[in-house]
Design a protein around this ligand. Sequence first.
Ligand code: ACM
Length: 531
Amino acid sequence: MRRRRLLFSLLLAAAAGMGTAAVPPQPAADRDATPLGQVIPAPASVHSGGDPYTIGGRTVIRVPGGSGEARQVAGYLAGLLRPATGFALPVTAKDGRDGIVLRLGGRGAKGLGEEGYRLTSGGRGVTISAARPAGLFHGVQTLRQLLPASLETRSAQRASWQVAGGTIADSPRYGYRGAMLDVSRHFFTVEKVKRYIDQLAMYKINKLHLHLSDDQGWRIAMKSWPKLATYGGSTQVGGGPGGYYTKEDYREIIDYAADRYLTVVPEIDMPGHTNAALASYAELNCNGVAPPLYTGTQVGFSSLCVPKDRTYDFVDDVIRELAAMTPGPSIHIGGDEAHSTSHADYVAFMDKVQPVVAKYGKKVIGWHQLTGAHPAKGAVAQYWGYDATGAAEREQVAAAARNGTPLILSPADRAYLDMKYDKNTPLGLSWAGYVDTKRSYDWDPGSYLQGAPPESILGVEAPLWSETLSTSAHIEYMAFPRLPGIAELGWSPASTHDWETYKVRLAAQGPRWDAMGIGYYRAPEVPWPAK
Ligand code: ACM
């Protein structure tokens, strides 16, 4: 489209008898600098003013002192900026005030914490200061959004690469800002997971929860129980070929995520949601008979055999191998929808399994049903209830929070990205109702669960279940535009944002997603610019 417009203006220039090719007009939207606060998530504090900075052919990226990690962030920034600007943007360790400066430590970084940053823009340059490399990285994502949407195009563009003048001081409300991808119901390749990681990083999401096992597929290679992956991973919903990550694949995902300051949280869902494991090893079944592989979408029909000793050999081996290949601090053990496990068995199972996670040096995360057992000290519960969840269940979770079990909030009728937007949405499920973009955004994690102390909330997570989703285009249609809203709830102080101001900032992301090839849902309640 843009190329056609360029050709057209060149033809016009030629027709007008101009000797040299005229510079094509810039799209109006790209001419004025984006107002300093017009990014997602909303920054904690913004002071606009002073001259803008324009990135040009002589701009350098400075990493004074240049620690390895800061240099790596500079390299990432250069990789974002070079294709569309066409500028060389050399990275240098030489200090200076001009150009783009990524400054780690020093006075400017005081009070910014693990992930915060300060961005100062003026006539001579832009400086991003942070105490830690993660802060520099998040500051880079802010800088990216302050530049024209055509930055996201992977070929040279005409635009004024201007950053508005002023200062942003920013750090997150919550330390846990997650997204979950269900790679079990449909398998997603390493490349597809990387694509999603890149999208998550744009919005300062810092946890990637991978739902690695379920009834329909086991997706991670285990040396001690090889058939889990080779047989249990051999299909998926609808009967397709499925797949699994080798240990090298998993490492590749972890490293790619780490380079973007996301920590991987792997989930092995137990004791329910285990048909793929039960199908792979007859000895895991109470009756010693392996069920067939499952390619449907029912839930709640499978259970590990709680009274059997062999079950705990399996759990120990799996947790040991998973812990050894996971640098992050937590392992998610599922625990949801164990409808085929008696309550007594469920409690006994969790009493035996949580210490195994601790034995291998990790902390437990479980779906909030874990609060109906005995959450271990330090265990975290992930709340996925919704408006129809009964008062007793909510209170059970709130009471656990009061007793020291921190919470991650993923209310299904707000944060579940696989819920349909409305009745016409071609993908997704609707058991928690339709979740339009406003509903998904318009709640406060701090006061959401009555009776849960605000300080018990570690953060938010947007799960994406894949019963109906099998491609990156499917992921993106469901995640955009809702994902940035959950990211904002996790990052931005409540006082900085509301739906009326958010929807304007959200609309401004549309052209960026167009440039990136993200086929988002044009939610009718968002004032998108005309295409
Ligand atoms: C879940 O949606 N079963 C956690």
